[in-house]
Design a protein around this ligand. Structure first.
Ligand SMILES: Nc1ncnc2c1ncn2[C@@H]1O[C@H](COP(=O)(O)OP(=O)(O)OP(=O)(O)O)[C@@H](O)[C@H]1O
Ligand SMILES: [Mg+2]
Length: 227
C-alpha cells in the first residue's frame, strides 16, 4: 500500500500569472518506509503533502494512494479515501478546543463503525505511544505546544492509515522530545507498514529516515543514499 506521485505539477494563481509550487515532481514511497522531505521555506514541501493527501488537485500528473489512482475520484470518494487510508498531521495543530486529548482521537473513529469501547482503548493506547498517557483528560489549552502536536500525531494514526503524511512534527518540540517523536514515527512506519512522508527543517533527525529528498523551487532532488 504505497504512495506514488508521478510528474505532478501544481500551480497557484499569482497576480496576473501562476506560481509553480510543484514542478513535475515524482516520488514513490513504498509501504513500511519513511521518506523525509527537506527544503527552504516556500519551496513546496507543504504543497507536496497537500497533493499527496488529495486535498489539492494538481494541474498535471498522477497521484496514487494505496493503489488507487485519485484523478477520477469524486470529492466524496476522495474524502472516503482520506478517511480510510490517509493520516495527516498538519503544520498547524488544529485541535477542537472543547474536546480533551482522548476525545480528539475518538472523533476520528466516529464513522468507522467500531464499538466505542474499542475506539476509546485505541485512543488511550496511541496517547500512551506518544507519551501522553497521563494527559488524556486535558483540553488543548491545558497542553503545551509540543503536547498538542503529539495529540495531532496520535490522532492521525487512529484509523490505521496506509499513508501517513506529516508536516514539521518536531518544530515545536525540544531536541529530546523531537527525537522521541521521530523514533515513534519510524517504528510505527515499520510496524504498521505505512508509506510515510515527513516534512522537516530539522536535519538532526534525518538518520531515522529511510530516504531524504530535497525540494527546491518546486523541484525534487534525491539526496545521496547513505552508506
Ligand atoms: N494557497 C496558496 N495560494 C497561493 N500560493 C500558495 C498557496 N499555498 C502556498 N503557496 C505558495 O506556494 C509556494 C510553496 O508553498 P509551500 O507552503 O508548499 O512551502 P513550504 O516548503 O511548505 O514552506 P514552509 O517551510 O515555510 O512551510 C510558496 O511560494 C507559497 O507562497
Ligand atoms: Mg510548509
Amino acid at each position: 500500500m504505497s504512495l506514488v506521485l508521478d510528474s505532478v505539477t501544481l500551480t497557484y494563481p499569482d497576480g496576473d500569472g501562476r506560481l509553480t509550487a510543484l514542478d513535475a515532481v515524482s516520488l514513490d514511497v513504498p509501504a513500511g518506509t519513511l521518506t523525509a522531505v527537506v527544503g527552504p521555506s516556500g519551496s513546496g514541501k507543504s504543497s507536496l503533502l497537500a497533493v499527496a493527501a488529495t486535498l489539492v488537485t494538481p494541474d498535471r500528473g498522477r497521484v496514487a494512494v494505496a493503489g488507487t489512482d485519485t484523478a477520477a475520484l469524486s470529492p466524496a470518494d476522495k474524502a472516503r479515501l482520506r478517511r480510510e487510508h490517509i493520516g495527516i498531521v498538519f503544520q498547524q495543530p488544529n485541535l477542537l478546543p472543547s474536546l480533551n486529548a482522548a476525545e480528539q482521537l475518538q472523533v476520528m473513529a466516529h464513522l468507522s463503525g467500531r464499538p466505542p469501547k474499542a475506539v476509546r482503548g485505541r485512543a488511550l493506547e496511541l496517547l500512551d505511544a506518544v507519551g501522553l498517557a497521563d494527559q488524556a483528560h486535558r483540553r488543548p489549552h491545558q497542553l503545551s505546544g509540543g503536547q498538542r502536536q503529539r495529540v495531532n500525531i496520535a490522532r492521525a494514526l487512529m484509523n490505521e492509515p496506509s499513508v501517513l503524511l506529516v508536516d514539521e512534527p518536531t518544530s515545536a518540540l525540544d531536541h529530546e522530545r523531537g527525537a522521541a517523536v521521530m523514533d515513534l514515527l519510524a517504528s510505527l512506519t515499520v510496524e504498521r507498514g505505512t508509506a510515510t512522508v515527513l516534512v522537516t527543517h530539522d536535519r538532526t533527525h534525518l538518520a531515522r529516515t529511510d530516504r531524504t529528498v530535497t525540494v527546491q523551487d518546486g523541484r525534487l532532488t534525491a539526496e545521496p543514499v547513505r552508506a
